[in-house]
Design a protein. Sequence first.
Length: 141
Amino acid sequence: MNEFLQCLTSFSKVYKSYLKKYEEIGEKYNLSKSDIKVLAYLSLNKHGDTGREICEFWGVSKALISRSVEDLFHKNMVAFVPDTQDRRTMRIVLDNESDAVVEEIKAERRRFKEKLANGITKEEFEIFMKVLRQMYNNVVE
């Protein structure tokens, strides 16, 4: 198989494996895949984000994220706060009912990163991440 194609396929398999772990957490808490994606994204940013930012990060439709945000709001897992710069914009933030699931998401993220980086030095991993970001920028721009 072409080495380049094999590399791309490997990225896809790693990503699917990562999402599978999120699915397992979702099943435990009776949350959809997109609910977990919203909580996972918000767990990275305590200042809040917009639905559009979440959609762009995961590459999913606004309708899907909007439905998840609404469901999570009704479960007291997210709340809305006005943006400090633009009062017309509402930021989505984690609420107290999300604490347990968010802790599991963070723990799984740490475990997955450790497994992914097993046998790789910190310096090698940093170089890999730098190269990966450049490759991403090359195709997105």
